[in-house]
Design a protein around this ligand. Sequence first.
Ligand code: B12
Ligand code: SF4
Ligand code: SF4
Length: 380
Amino acid sequence: MNESSCATSCRELNQILNEEARSADFATFGAVDIRLANEEFQKHVDSFSRWLEAGMAGSMSYLARGKERRADPRRVFSGAKSVFCVGVPYDPRPLGAEDPARGPRFARYLRGRDYHSEVADRLERLMTAVNMRWVESAQSPVRAPLGWKVCVDTSAVLERAWACLAGLGWIGKNTLLIHPKLGSYLFLGLVLLDHETGQAPQIVPDSCGHCQCCLQACPGKALKRGTTLDSRLCVSYWTLEYRGELVTEQMHSFGTWIAGCDVCQEACPFNIRISRAAVARDSRDLCPTLTWEALLEESPDEYRERVRDCALDRVKPEQFSRNLAIALGNALALDSSGLGGRLFEKIRTRLAGESAGPARAWWEKCLKLAHSDYSPNRKP
Ligand code: B12
Ligand code: SF4
Ligand code: SF4
């Protein structure tokens, strides 16, 4: 193929991608060629390497294991020439208690069906439609079908870096990709494609300016200057990724978050503006908000059943029990409304059924805290 017919086919592919993504209702999307992004992407790779060397990945050793692949998407999908990125907004309403000091809280992204499969399925459908048009619209009699690989969080790809280079937004001081109009309550999804699109990196200007709201609000002080997050101080990391026993005093920073944490997004002015209208996805609650009482009574099997098909499914029952005990302990320590008295019997029953494991010490602590509030004659 000569240079001009190559440019024409790149333009054509880019147009098909855009038209199909629009008709498939993706809220934001964009493409970038790996070759043209090389120099800019290298800055992201360097930043990622420095982050790993500083130990900020904590126990997430899979990040270091996949370092080479993250530095070059062609190692994830050989023949990859471009990256098509989408942002899928999720429901920005809080998931959990209205009063964050008292009730259990969950990160918003956990609402509804597991986004990994939901976004990946949508991207596969999109690419099937794109490919059909691509093959059918060929001027010459035969055109090879496109090859692609869909990545949603589970492949060794630097998703934020590519979404940023494809022009979806900038990386905020909370380290999240922020779209100027849609904010950061977005899932990212990528398609590695074996054909160029002719798109050079499009840089969306960093609009954080002098704002420091996320840094100030972060309960674990995990956000550092220079768009850096130290996972070892992040509530989201401890509650979702870390499986062992939690022993440090830092657990007070959990507040009442049981899984994930949205504080650095709640603080962001770019999220305050987003409306419910921005939410296109099905936000049925497969993982409904529960009260302390209901969570205390839930058995491991009931938990497994409740979170089936949800992203929370990755948090195993022992880990959930540990997180629940820490969050409840934090709520009891601050409470002055008799919460401990109301929950004492339920905590005692829970502790009795708890085998030696990461949660037991925390349940003992909850019982002690609740005890001071407990009166055996009170009615539940
Ligand atoms: C590991 C991981 C985590 C870890 C570490 C987070 C972190 N900041 O690195 C933990 C468990 C803490 C985490 C938490 C959350 N995560 Co997470 N996580 C990931 C995962 C799997 C890898 C991220 C990674 O590689 N981190 C290492 C760091 C160094 O890389 P990076 O953040 O991508 O940063 C790159 C660039 O931003 C660049 N960079 C940063 N600053 C600058 C500045 C300049 C000038 C340049 C050139 C480059 C640059 O350097 C890095 C290398 O490219 C991605 C999915 C994926 N495969 O990418 C999801 C992902 C980042 N997570 C996501 C979400 C939703 C969350 C939570 C909001 C969940 C929650 N509510 O609890 C929190 C948010 C915490 C936060 N403030 O980041 C979304 C983010 C969507 C978005 N809008 O950005 C992703 C993309 C998953 C997805 N497909 O939607 N996560
Ligand atoms: S997720 Fe929570 S703990 Fe982690 S950086 Fe954001 S505000 Fe801090
Ligand atoms: S809170 Fe402020 S500094 Fe943090 S990401 Fe949002 S705009 Fe940027």
